[in-house]
Design a protein around this ligand. Structure first.
Ligand SMILES: Nc1ncnc2c1ncn2[C@@H]1O[C@H](COP(=O)(O)OP(=O)(O)O)[C@@H](O)[C@H]1O
Ligand SMILES: [Mg+2]
Length: 390
């Protein structure tokens, strides 16, 4: 159809009135078809020209964005948008010629709270940028589903944790019981419980209570809901901040730090506070695994739609048998370990929709690789050149 119109347009001067009428009619129906297609999309689409004036938008966009003018066509887009935060965001992105994926906003649509998300990309035609395409999606349901899944998962791990706590508190409770019994016996049998013996028993009881307290505090830290506040950030700066924080301690433990941070990797959605906590837990384990010193290598890279963070040590390594257990709550091989460090790491990475991989060889060292997803959806760049030109 479009081919035919293009050919007809090329021969416009040779066409008679009737042929031109037919051509216009065809063009109109082509346009109508385009509108029907656009209006039937579940995502909102808005197209602006190089002056940021709104050229076209579909019905979903109208519904999701809420314009403050009756007919926003030809308006500078940010002047037409009702919500001030969104208007400001669109203005910044378009003025700086940025490309944005999955920027989220929460809006109140007359009482219903919905999360919508924006993708903004250049509109490329004949090899040059002609404006921008803005895609708006209502992701409320998707977010709800994700939250439900996370809750179900954390409920499952809560059961394991609770079982762990029950197991952990058995020993101190038993010990407290035994020492109370011993004191009672001494009092009953010869009524000669010396102050010294009583003091010794009470010290042990106190220590056990202290231990119980630690278990509960660690437990609470591990199960407390994580209110992550995900923002687009650069993993390199998080890594650098953290290494600055630990470098003196590592130096004292004879550990060299080697960094290999790819400056060109994309920003990812994360809560810096939690990601720092996760990296710190891994580094602390690496430090403990290199009691004679060694090298800690931290590397970042990007590939396969993921940002990779690799933390490698030259420590004692992990036996094959223990590899499957180290993320379990309360699993530890250390005399005073809590066994919760990696449980928390796992939880934080899950919260970031990431995955954590482990490679280790006894006597050689261990590498933890965390993969964060890129903030991109399966949407392809709308390259209208390919569609419009033949
Ligand atoms: N880099 C590492 N090298 C060797 N073993 C490790 C390393 N990281 C973790 N582990 C093993 O995993 C166990 C669990 O780690 P974690 O959950 O942090 O608890 P904790 O450090 O309190 O023991 C450790 O006790 C240790 O056996
Ligand atoms: Mg640890």
């Amino acid at each position: 159809m479009r081919n035919f119109i293009q050919k007809a347009l090329n021969k416009l001067s040779k066409l008679d009135k009737e042929q031109i009428r037919t051509l216009l009619f065809d063009l109109a129906s082509e346009n109508e078809l385009m509108e029907v297609v656009l209006d039937s999309l579940v995502d909102g689409i808005l197209v602006v020209d190089l002056d940021n004036k709104l050229i076209t938008f579909n019905r979903t966009a109208d519904k999701l964005i809420c314009f403050k003018v009756n007919d926003p066509s030809d308006c500078i887009i940010w002047d037409a948008v009702e919500d001030r935060d969104i208007a400001e965001f669109i203005k910044n992105v378009l003025k700086n010629g940025e490309r944005v994926t999955e920027e989220e906003f929460t809006l109140n649509y007359s009482g219903t709270i919905r999360t919508i998300c924006f993708d903004i990309m250049p509109l490329v035609k004949k090899g040059s940028i002609q404006g921008s395409v803005i895609i708006v999606s209502d992701i409320t349901e998707r977010k709800r589903k994700e939250a439900r899944l996370r809750r179900a998962e954390s409920l499952a791990s809560l059961t394991t944790l609770a079982a762990g706590v029950a197991h952990e508190i058995k020993n101190p409770l038993g010990s407290i019981g035994i020492h109370i019994q011993l004191m009672q016996k001494s009092l009953k049998m010869n009524k000669s419980l010396t102050e010294e013996t009583a003091g010794k028993y009470l010290d042990i009881i106190n220590e056990e209570i202290e231990r119980l307290n630690e278990i509960i505090v660690d437990f609470l830290f591990a199960v407390r809901p994580m209110n992550t506040n995900l923002k687009l950030s650069h993993i390199n700066s998080v890594v650098s901040d953290l290494l600055d924080f630990v470098k003196y301690e590592l130096k004292n433990s004879n550990i060299n730090i080697h960094t290999d941070l790819d400056p060109n990797i994309s920003k990812i959605y994360m809560d810096e506070k939690f990601v720092k906590q996760a990296i710190l837990n891994i580094i602390k384990n690496a430090e403990a695994a290199m009691p004679q010193g060694g090298t800690l290598t931290v590397k970042t890279s990007e590939g396969d739609g993921l940002v990779h963070l690799e933390i490698k040590d030259t420590g004692i390594g992990i036996s094959e048998e223990n590899m499957g257990k180290i993320f379990e709550p309360y699993f530890t091989t250390k005399q005073f370990g809590s066994g919760l460090g990696l449980t928390v790491v796992y939880k934080i990475i899950k919260e970031h929709s990431g995955e954590i991989l482990l490679e280790s060889k006894e006597g050689e060292g261990t590498t933890f690789t965390i993969n964060f997803p890129l903030p991109q959806r399966d949407k392809k760049l709308l390259d209208w050149q390919a569609e419009n030109e033949v």
